[in-house]
Design a protein around this ligand. Structure first.
Ligand SMILES: [Zn+2]
Ligand SMILES: [Zn+2]
Length: 328
């Protein structure tokens, strides 16, 4: 049963492994966000940054910024950065320890996650562990039972009272911050610098290819800009809404395979567009399992990727769903 208080003595792996007891007792949707953010403190960086990146992505509506290469990079990027970086690394590997990878691969995947601008691995992991610990109960940082918009992205724009200082960070992420690599990402806005560098790489690659192809420097600038707008801004916004829909949609609409003590659901559409994260009721019932689709038709691209890595010897200690083990 999930404990109410996590002490420093408690092994952080307990937090990752905790599964809510299936009491069927329901949940207590309380008067958020007032209680979750008291006093209300706006996180300006997010409140300004999130709309700003949406505006930059809107450049895609101007034909000058269009290229088919950019569109293809945006689609491939959803898998590369969203599925590999967020689903596989941030979520199933770092938060829930459902598998292990060689350190070089884990860090590479984490950098892909950083390039989605969803905060540092430690911050993401901490928020998600709080979510699992208190799912749809106060102080779950992003329950859509407050209201849908709050669960989707509103929560990002306000300071969570559970998570205001370094000690809170460390409480939930000692296992992550023990690695100097993740600690470095926390310091001097290094994670943000990586995101900005990725913008530059997309632009520069387009410029270097576009200049000789079009014969003009302006042609190079235009091609570079198209790769940056589609391959970075559009892809970032789509990745955000895919991840956010797991927090919002799959705690409101869908079916339940398990009688968990939260409002988590399996949602077919979110399962599809998130490459497997939408089987969220399964995930809440068996959090460490690296596979979120438990039935044969619950298609889970992230799990297929993990299976491939396992076959290649690049993923080990892969945790299977308990329900599969019981049926064997
Ligand atoms: Zn999770
Ligand atoms: Zn959830």
């Amino acid at each position: 049963m999930a404990t109410d208080v996590v002490t420093d003595e408690q092994d952080e792996t307990d937090i990752a492994a905790e599964a809510p007891e299936s009491t069927g007792a329901g949940w207590d949707p309380l008067a958020w966000p007032e209680t979750a953010v008291n006093p209300v403190q706006v996180r300006w960086r997010y409140a300004v940054g999130i709309p700003a990146v949406h505006l930059l992505a809107c450049l895609a509506f101007f034909p000058w910024f269009f290229s088919w290469t950019g569109v293809v990079l945006a689609i491939l990027g959803l898998y590369m950065f969203g599925t590999l970086g967020i689903n596989l690394c941030y979520h199933r590997l770092l938060t829930h320890q459902g598998l292990t990878c060689p350190t070089w691969l884990e860090h590479t995947l984490a950098v892909l996650g950083v390039c989605t601008m969803q905060d540092t691995p430690a911050c993401w992991v901490a928020m998600h562990r709080i979510h699992h610990k208190h799912s749809d109960h106060r102080p779950d940082p992003h329950s859509p039972l407050v209201n849908f918009l709050w669960g989707h992205c509103g929560w990002l724009m306000f300071q969570n009272r559970e998570f205001t200082n370094v000690h809170d960070y460390q409480r939930f992420t000692r296992d992550i911050l023990r690695d100097p690599f993740y600690l470095r990402l926390e310091r001097r806005e290094n994670w943000l610098k990586i995101y900005l560098a990725s913008m530059f790489v997309f632009f520069a690659a387009g410029f270097v290819v576009g200049w000789p192809l079009t014969g003009t420097a302006l042609g190079g600038v235009q091609f570079g800009a198209s790769l940056m707008v589609w391959g970075v801004f559009v892809r970032t916004v789509l990745t955000w809404h895919i991840t956010w829909s797991v927090n919002s949609v799959t705690h409101v609409w869908g079916y339940r395979n398990y009688d968990t003590s939260d409002n988590s659901r399996n949602n077919f559409w979110v399962g599809l567009w998130s490459n497997g994260e939408g089987w969220h009721n399964n995930h809440h019932a068996d959090q460490r399992a690296a596979a979120h689709g438990h039935k044969w038709w619950e298609f889970d691209v992230t799990w297929l990727t993990i299976r491939l890595l396992e076959k290649l010897g690049l993923a080990k200690n892969v945790v299977r769903p308990k329900v599969w083990q019981q049926s064997n």
